[in-house]
Structures are given as structure tokens and as C-alpha cells.
Ligand binder design. Structure first.
Ligand code: PLP
Length: 369
């Protein structure tokens, strides 16, 4: 039975995007950010490709455990660091790299005799995680006196506005980081996807690529294709029914959409119960057989309606691309008042996720490297 809704993950696209990150940040190591189940793309299924990065990054200890459980033995960075002595021990058992961004995390390291590679996070302007810049000398002193010396101490920070081309706050963050990096004896890391794509001066020794690997645009007003990326996810459903509608007739819950002319409505087998955004506005495009058609009316739990006009042959059973290569996820996000990052993460458990594009043999070869 053909699944009514599926997310097809193109591993070749994933590989292309990883290569693109490497080309753009030539000379830097690439960390693939795989938190939140590889941004909704399925961690295990993406691992044969993403394990080719120089390291992986996760948000939580649980996510790190999944990577180790899947047999990944490479370098893994815990982006939020640990919250307790028990977590510190677990992180050590799993050989994780740790971000340190709070004094209590430093205190935990001082109390335990465990060696780690540490990523000291400073706040250059985002005001989310990170030590104030002026604390750096005293932090360095404490790090040098740890009971068991760190294997490596790297310096990192994170952008708040790198998605906006030419943003003055990003320039300021880059300048602040550059001043610290000039005197830092170890490796440095600043760039996320937007930094990799738009701010070459932020590349340093390690770049941390998330969205761009999945073919999601991290840059305002540019699609992934504009940026030389390939969308890795194709969110696909089917035409369930094709019904005539007369000029002036209304469609769906709340009768939000009114047909401006005699037309046909295709009912598509996906709704907010699958993760399609309920707030998508009329006009949000979907693609059927290489043509784009506009959403007509409110998205239901299991279905949505599109105005397919009278011209083309549209039949039940035809595949519908909700987002992917023909309709960028960022475009749909724009119609739904959100960002592509959120949409790919929101697919529900009834969506079948299929990883494809590389032969088993190629996957095995990649897994081995
Ligand atoms: C510290 C850190 N670095 C890198 C990334 C990757 O960001 P992006 O997905 O925009 O590349 C994230 C994601 O939120 C992050 O929190």
C-alpha cells in the first residue's frame, strides 16, 4: 500500500550540501548539527552521510546517547553542556565534547577528575548562552587549573542575526570574536549555516552547519536553491479526490476560501495531523505533476484543498509535493508565518520517513569512513 503521506529524504542532496559547506569553509572543519532528530530528517537514516562530517553536534545528552547507540564513535559536541555531576559522568562515558557556558558547569569540572575537550562559549551579543567577554581571562585561569587538564579548549560563540545580509550586529559580533580569537591559543568556532554562506570572516577552525545541510535556507529572502543547496526532504502526499466547484462556492472549514470562477478542487491526503502547518494562508503553493497550485481554504487535520483549475489532467492517486524541490519549504514557511526549520521538525509520527538516493553499498562505505 502506497503511504498516504511520506517524507522522502534524499541522501545525495544531504551529501551535496555537506560538500558545499566544506567548499565554502575550505580549511575549516565542519561540524554537522544533528539535534532534534537531524532537524526532523531522521538521525539514523542520515547518519551514513552526516557521519562524514568532522564532528556532530546535539543539544541534549539523550540525543548524544542515540548517536552512540547507533554505533557512531566519532566526535560529538553537547551544545548545551551538562547540568549535573551524573550528566558529566555520562558525558565522559560517551566521550562527548562539552560546551561550557555557565559557572556551575566549570565548578562541576573542578569537582570531578574527568578529562574532556571543552568548548568555552562566550556571549558576543546574542545574550542566550555564553560567558560575558570580560570573564575570559579568569575563566582561562580556572580552566588551566582543572584537576585533570582538558584535552583541548576551544573558543566558540553564536550569531543572533547572521541570516540578515549585511547586518551590523553580525559585524559587531565578528569584531568582538576576532579580538578574543587573536589571543586565543586554541581552535575557534563562530559560524552557523548563515555564517558559512555569508560571512567568510567567521569561518575560523570549525564551522557548525545545521539548516544548510538539510537544504533549508538560513538566509532571509533567499531559497536553498539560490544558495546552491539542494532540499533534502520531499514532503509528499496524494490526490484523494478531484471535485468541481462553481464560482462563488466556498471550500473547507469556516468556508474561508471562495472560488473566483468555475474550477476544480483537489483534495490532498495531508493535513496538520501530519505536520503541514494549519496556519498556511490561501495561495500557499503545492506541486502536482510539475505545476504549482494554490491552497484553497483552511488546512484540516488529515486533508487540504487546492485549486487545480480546469486545464490539466489531475486524478486521484497522483503524488503531491507539499515541499521539496519544486516548492521550497521556506516558501511554505513564509505563507505560514514561520521558518523552514520549524516545518521540517514538525512532521508527526504517522508520516513515513524514507531515506533514499544512495545504494546500500555506498551507504556501507560511508558508514565505514
Ligand atoms: C550553537 C549552535 N551552533 C550551530 C547551530 C546550527 O545553526 P543553523 O541550523 O542555523 O546552521 C545551532 C542551531 O541552532 C546552534 O545552536
Amino acid at each position: 500500500m502506497e503511504p498516504r503521506v511520506q517524507a522522502r529524504i534524499d541522501l545525495v542532496a544531504l551529501q551535496h550540501n555537506l560538500r558545499r559547506a566544506r567548499e565554502l569553509a575550505a580549511g575549516a572543519k565542519v561540524m554537522a548539527v544533528v539535534k532534534a532528530n537531524a532537524y526532523g530528517h531522521g538521525l539514523r537514516g542520515c547518519l551514513p552521510v552526516l557521519s562524514q562530517a568532522d564532528a556532530l553536534a546535539v543539544a541534549t545528552l539523550e540525543e548524544a546517547g542515540k548517536l552512540r547507540g547507533a554505533g557512531f564513535t566519532g566526535r560529538v559536541l553537547l551544545l548545551e553542556g551538562v547540568g549535573s555531576a551524573a550528566e558529566l559522568q555520562q558525558a565522559h562515558q560517551w566521550s562527548l565534547d562539552l560546551v561550557v557556558h555557565q559557572p556551575y558547569q566549570l565548578a562541576l569540572l573542578e569537582q570531578q577528575r574527568l578529562d574532556f575537550s571543552l568548548w568555552l562559549k562566550v556571549d558576543t551579543g546574542m545574550h542566550r548562552l555564553g560567558f560575558p567577554l570580560e570573564d575570559l581571562p579568569s575563566l582561562t585561569e580556572r580552566l588551566l587549573k582543572l584537576p585533570v587538564p582538558a584535552r583541548e579548549v576551544l573558543l566558540m560563540s553564536h550569531f543572533c542575526c547572521a541570516d540578515q545580509p549585511g547586518d551590523t550586529r553580525t559585524r559587531l559580533q565578528i569584531e568582538r570574536f576576532a579580538q578574543l580569537a587573536a589571543n586565543w591559543p586554541g581552535a575557534c568556532s563562530l559560524a552557523n549555516s548563515a555564517g558559512i554562506l555569508q560571512w567568510p570572516e567567521s569561518h575560523y577552525d570549525w564551522v557548525r552547519a545545521g539548516a544548510m545541510l538539510y537544504g533549508i535556507s538560513p538566509v532571509a529572502d533567499k531559497t536553498a536553491t539560490d544558495l546552491g543547496l539542494q532540499p533534502a526532504m520531499c514532503f509528499q502526499a496524494q490526490v484523494l479526490a478531484v471535485n468541481p466547484v462553481k464560482a462563488g462556492e466556498q471550500v473547507g472549514y469556516g468556508a474561508r476560501w471562495q472560488s473566483p470562477r468555475d474550477s476544480r478542487i483537489a483534495i490532498v491526503s495531508a493535513g496538520y495531523g501530519d505536520g503541514y502547518p494549519r496556519h498556511a494562508a490561501d495561495g500557499t503553493p503545492v506541486a502536482i505533476d510539475g505545476h504549482r497550485y494554490p491552497l484553497a481554504g483552511r488546512v484540516s487535520m488529515d486533508m487540504l484543498a487546492v485549486d487545480v483549475g480546469l486545464e490539466r489532467d489531475i486524478r486521484p492517486g497522483m503524488p503531491v509535493e507539499l515541499w521539496g524541490r519544486e516548492v521550497a519549504v521556506d516558501t511554505v514557511a513564509g505563507y505560514a508565518g514561520t521558518i523552514g526549520y520549524e516545518l521540517v521538525l514538525r512532521l508527526t509520527s504517522r508520516v513515513q520517513v524514507i531515506h533514499e538516493g544512495l545504494e546500500n553499498e555506498q551507504l556501507l562505505q560511508h558508514a565505514a569512513t
